[in-house]
Design a protein around this ligand. Structure first.
Ligand code: ADP
Ligand code: ADP
Length: 232
């Protein structure tokens, strides 16, 4: 579903360059949950931002659902991005909008008419277990509830892929587990392919099928979690 081929990303120019990704190749199979594990500065955030080209690789190719993204024009990229939802560590909700209106936001952007939008938002609220919070504002929600809104918004356009940028790093352990369980449930029920980045081995052990370990911009290990991780 996601294929990275020889991805390099260099920030800066002249004497001040940082090689954030150095020849990264990886493959995320359809329907799996793929974790990228690494310490701070390893290049995880750059890597996940290269999947939807929020960040452009310096070289290499990014193929999502059979389509090479780096050669698309702006209109093509906009369309391709509808297949790729993303959730964030700090949720990135709009504070002046209700839960329902936050979830409706990407549907407004693509011009979906209001009656269809309202119907879809209802479905999404139910999918993430927040049907009773439609009219609440983000400030009235717990961290876990905010992330559920983030997940519903990310799934609004029915993407095939969900990217998670440290989505549980701001949450306590119990809330983290409930969000990870929700992601696993969505992965199974919708056939959603999930790619997440994390600095926590516990996250990888809890839900990932496959993992790549990133260090200094390079993949140092990649494979099935059951093969790579020594269970106690
Ligand atoms: P991680 O998410 O694993 O913490 P990042 O992808 O954020 O890693 O960063 C990888 C490396 O790239 C780090 O050395 C970081 O300082 C550098 N870096 C990230 N973003 C930028 C940027 N916009 N400009 C310059 N250097 C950057
Ligand atoms: P900004 O202008 O502040 O960069 P945008 O107006 O692009 O933000 O988007 C507002 C919020 O909605 C952001 O958090 C963004 O991630 C989210 N968003 C926009 N489009 C989509 C989409 N298609 N799927 C999921 N989230 C989206």
């Amino acid at each position: 579903m996601i294929r990275f081929q020889n991805i390099r990303k260099v920030y800066g120019t002249g004497d001040h360059i940082v090689k954030a990704l150095d020849d990264v190749s990886l493959h995320v199979p359809v329907g799996e949950i793929f974790g990228v594990l690494g310490q701070s500065g390893a290049g995880k955030s750059t890597l996940i931002r290269c999947v939807n080209l929020l960040e452009r690789p310096t070289s290499g190719s990014v193929i999502v659902n059979g389509q090479e993204l780096t050669t698309l024009d702006a209109a093509g990229l906009r369309k391709a991005r509808q297949q790729i939802g993303i959730i964030f560590q700090h949720f990135n909700l709009l504070r002046s909008r209700t839960v329902a209106d936050n979830i409706a936001f990407p549907l407004e952007v693509i011009g979906q008419p209001k009656p269809q939008r309202d119907k879809r938002v209802k479905e999404l609220l139910s999918l993430v277990g927040l049907s009773d919070k439609a009219s609440a504002y983000p400030a009235q929600l717990s961290g876990g509830q905010k992330q559920r809104v983030g997940i519903a918004r990310a799934l609004a356009c029915e993407p095939k892929v969900l990217l998670s940028d440290e989505a549980t790093s701001a949450l306590d352990p119990q809330t983290t587990r409930s969000i990870l369980d929700l992601l696993r449930d969505l992965n199974r029920r919708l056939g959603l392919t999930v790619m997440l980045i994390t600095h926590e081995m516990t996250v990888v052990k809890h839900i990932c099928d496959r993992v790549a370990v990133l260090r200094d911009g390079r993949v140092i290990e990649q494979g099935l979690v059951d093969d790579l991780v020594v269970q106690p």
